[in-house]
Design a protein around this ligand. Structure first.
Ligand code: ATP
Length: 508
């Protein structure tokens, strides 16, 4: 097997080459590559002293923070598996994930001690470490790292060794842990470097939560591999994003559509200095076209990508040179990844324009779900393609268009309706701030289209007005039959609309 593909291996080599180059900044912290590497080695000594060895799981619960990065590479150095945890989960939800992953040592930011303590008696972890000082039953990372411990030798990693278990948000039942290998990260880094031209002068801003693929992978790790400067923001705050771009002369960043929507609606957007940005990747959810046009008009280079947890992120990306003529497409696969569209019987669809389930193959596809052989088997086709659960089609030139998720698709009177298409039209309405389209059970049609709308401040809307607005651009069967007005849409921590919750609320 190939060696030296491990996260900690390429990072330590990078640190040896450019020790003085800035590696990581967050709030007041600014570390060079040598300083980052030194912390990683100290933390690996701390973890090893507490009994962490090869194959053990090390959890991290907290906002984006240098300690997240340190804990991940330190665990990797010991051959251990890093498990980033979603800080929005409740105590019992966290207890489920911590138990499922069998976490040995749990590291948290101070903010999250209380939620862990609320379920402490249900957790079988050997050790609890937090960033700050003094709290009963917890050890302080700073004090531990100040000890004169010698770092154990780095454990070599093979491409197939699991590096990270990343839990899906669990919109259907319990969250599942996607096993992402060192080879998966290596492949995604190469995919990004070869498509995005990542170089050592890049400054990448990361404001998406790192327990999620968007935050961990879209630009962040490839920046460190390339020797660039990674700037972390603890959370997503619109004004702070624009400030950071100007202050650090940020060249690359990633956001989900909701984040780009909120940035564009901020009063400072028109004046902000965004001139340093050479690439803003957007993905994680369907991107409404009006929003793409708005950024294009402002001169900010926003390019759509398509990816997911199970594929260690990138599946396709739209190159800047095709941004205008392929607006709305999420592009073509990067160099190490292939896609195929299949019909309901599993046959490959080759005609352009015909929609089916998107399948993925490549070195970036996960090893499977942790402890879930059945779920793993169900998500791979017999010939080894990963089934994305998304519906899409390719045009004659092979450019992929994602229609929507299979499970969000509305079937009305036998016709398939993709909510993302209807949303894209409604986003052009001047009085709409946010909109989500869902299906509701309907006696006559099976399902009917429901628009859940948050109007702009001081505006009101009626169903008839919405239908009149949309009817010139949408077939009649796609028009909303019901309107629900809300103040804001429910979203997950990465900003995705929680459609399952909207459907439940609509039934209630
Ligand atoms: P879960 O799978 O548990 O519901 P999740 O939505 O957070 O969780 P992710 O892996 O974060 O899972 O997201 C992947 C999904 O996001 C894709 O399967 C797809 O539905 C959607 N997605 C990502 N990029 C795009 C895009 N460019 N256009 C449309 N949809 C996208």
């Amino acid at each position: 097997g190939a060696h030296a593909v491990g996260l900690h291996e390429w990072l330590s080599r990078r640190a040896a080459r450019v020790p003085r180059q800035p590696a990581l900044s967050c709030d007041g912290t600014r570390w060079s590559y040598a300083e980052l590497q030194q912390r990683i080695e100290r933390m690996s000594a701390v973890l090893a002293e507490g009994g962490v060895t090869s194959g053990d799981r090390v959890g991290y619960l907290g906002f984006n923070d240098p300690m997240f990065v340190v804990a991940m590479f330190a665990a990797s150095r010991l051959g251990a598996i890093f498990v980033p945890l979603n800080f929005r989960l409740s105590g019992p939800e966290l207890a489920y994930v911590v138990g499922d992953a069998g976490i040995h040592t749990l590291v948290t930011g101070e903010e999250h001690i209380a939620v862990i303590d609320s379920v402490r008696d249900k957790l079988a972890c050997a050790r609890f470490i937090h960033r700050g000082g003094g709290s009963a039953g917890w050890e302080a990372a700073d004090a531990l790292m100040a000890q004169p411990l010698a770092a154990p030798p780095a454990v070599p990693a093979s491409a197939d060794d699991v590096a990270v278990i990343m839990y899906t948000s669990g919109t259907t039942g319990h969250p599942k842990g996607a096993m992402l290998t060192h080879g998966n990260f290596w492949a995604n880094n190469l995919n990004e470097m070869l498509l995005w031209d990542m170089v050592s002068t890049d400054v990448t801003l990361n404001f998406a939560p790192m327990f999620h693929v968007g935050g961990l992978l879209c630009g962040s790790l490839s920046t460190l591999m390339a020797g660039g400067h990674l700037v972390l923001q603890r959370g997503f705050e619109v004004a702070a994003v624009m400030q950071a771009v100007a202050e650090h002369r940020v060249t690359v960043t990633f956001g989900v559509p909701a984040m780009l929507l909120f940035i564009s609606q901020h009063p400072d957007f028109a004046q902000a200095d965004l001139s340093s940005l050479r690439l803003v990747a957007v993905g994680g959810a369907p991107m409404p076209e009006p929003l793409l046009r708005l950024y294009a008009a402002r001169g900010v280079p926003v390019h759509q990508g398509y990816g997911m947890t199970e594929t260690a992120s990138m599946i396709t990306f739209l190159n800047p040179d095709r941004a205008t003529d392929k607006l709305g497409s999420c592009g073509t696969p990067p160099l190490l990844t292939e896609i195929r569209i299949i019909d309901a019987t599993g046959e490959a669809i080759t005609e352009p324009g015909t929609a089916g389930e998107v399948c993925v193959r490549g070195a970036n596809v996960m090893a499977g779900y942790w402890n879930q052989p059945q779920a793993t088997a169900a998500t791979f086709t017999r010939d080894g393609w990963f089934r994305s659960g998304d519906v899409g089609y390719r045009d004659a030139e092979g450019f992929l268009y994602i229609c929507d998720r299979l499970k969000d698709m509305v079937i009305s009177g036998g016709e398939n309706i993709y909510p993302a298409e209807v949303e894209s039209v409604l986003y052009d309405h001047p009085d709409i701030a946010e909109v989500a389209v869902i299906g509701a059970p309907d006696e006559r049609w099976g399902e009917r289209v429901v628009a859940v709308v948050a109007p702009k401040a001081g505006k009101s809307l009626t169903l008839e007005a919405l239908q009149a607005f949309a009817e010139t651009r949408l077939a009649r069967y796609k028009l909303p039959r019901e309107l629900r007005i809300v103040e804001a849409l429910p979203r997950n921590p990465t900003g995705k609309v929680l459609k399952a919750r909207l459907r439940e609320q609509n039934r209630a």
